[in-house]
Ligand binder design. Structure first.
Ligand SMILES: Nc1ncnc2c1ncn2[C@@H]1O[C@H](COP(=O)(O)OP(=O)(O)OP(=O)(O)O)[C@@H](O)[C@H]1O
Ligand SMILES: [Mg+2]
Length: 255
């Protein structure tokens, strides 16, 4: 595999056994999907409800095991890892932003951001380094004056930015790290246009400045316009695979 490929799907099929509404039939959520995402690419994943978008993110992050095929992240084949190794690998290498932000209501913004790293035991980097990284990420996400707030005192856009900060914090701890992989499932799903734009711009800047690789599920063409590449899933298969230019001109023709 080329060194520049960050995420590689090789003939991935995912079948949910007895996954149909009445439990009598299997559901093929991903059907022989092959996909290579280079380092630093911002990939938008589109497609109608039930087309397999969330399943693709879950399989890519090792939260769900593929029924067949291989997922490789950098040099690592996810299927070669034990569950424990996989959890560790995910913590070190992948940030995930779920649609429901999953913030803990009894923890402040700052504490929520620190949660995954503290869950992995005491970090080796020391308190000063942690505080510096925290200041940096809060500033970057325009959350500095919200750091002590609890989730119920944050707007939807702010909660979403906390969820993104949590996903990226490990990466900010290590200034040499420039190859983080971020998965986000409809990160602007419930937000108004202004807040969506803040998130899109931020993801774009992180891709450009820090060479993050992003795989972002979205229903919104306005968000996909920020991406380098757009794939459209249909019935668990890649139905279209477009560069940003192709996506924009396809949209313009539709209007
Ligand atoms: N845990 C599960 N058990 C059984 N079937 C599932 C499970 N998760 C997803 N499915 C089914 O797999 C298919 C793909 O689901 P998925 O959640 O990936 O779709 P999606 O494209 O993310 O849809 P949406 O836009 O509504 O979020 C659907 O038919 C869904 O019902
Ligand atoms: Mg989904």
């Amino acid at each position: 595999m080329s060194e520049n490929i960050h995420l590689h799907f090789e003939n991935i099929t995912k079948i949910y056994r007895g996954g149909s509404a009445d439990g009598s039939a299997d559901v093929k959520a991903l059907d022989d999907v092959s996909l290579s995402v280079p380092h630093g690419q911002f990939l938008a994943v589109m497609g109608s409800s039930g087309s397999g978008k969330s399943t693709l993110l879950h399989v890519a992050s090792g939260l769900t095991k593929a029924s067949s095929g291989n997922v490789q992240i950098g040099e690592t084949r996810l299927s070669s890892l034990s569950d424990r190794q996989l959890t560790h690998f995910r913590r070190q290498n992948i940030g995930i932003v779920f649609q429901a932000f999953n913030l803990i209501p009894t923890l402040t913004a700052e504490e929520n951001i620190l949660l995954p790293i503290l869950a992995g035991g005491t970090p080796s980097c020391g308190k000063a380094k942690m505080a510096e990284a925290m200041d940096q990420i809060l500033h970057r996400l325009q959350l500095t004056d919200r750091r002590k707030h609890y989730p119920d005192a944050l707007s939807g856009g702010e909660q979403q930015r906390v969820a993104i900060a949590r996903a990226l914090f490990t990466d900010f701890l290590d200034e040499n790290s420039r190859n983080s992989l971020l998965f986000a499932d409809e990160p602007t799903g419930n937000l108004d246009t202004a807040n969506s734009e803040i998130i899109c711009r931020l993801l774009r800047e992180l891709c450009d400045e820090r060479k993050h690789t992003m795989v972002v599920v979205t229903h919104e063409p306005a968000m996909a316009r920020w991406a380098d590449r757009v794939i459209v899933l249909k019935d668990g298969r890649i139905f279209r695979d477009m560069s940003a230019e192709e996506f924009r001109s396809a949209r313009n023709q539709e209007v």
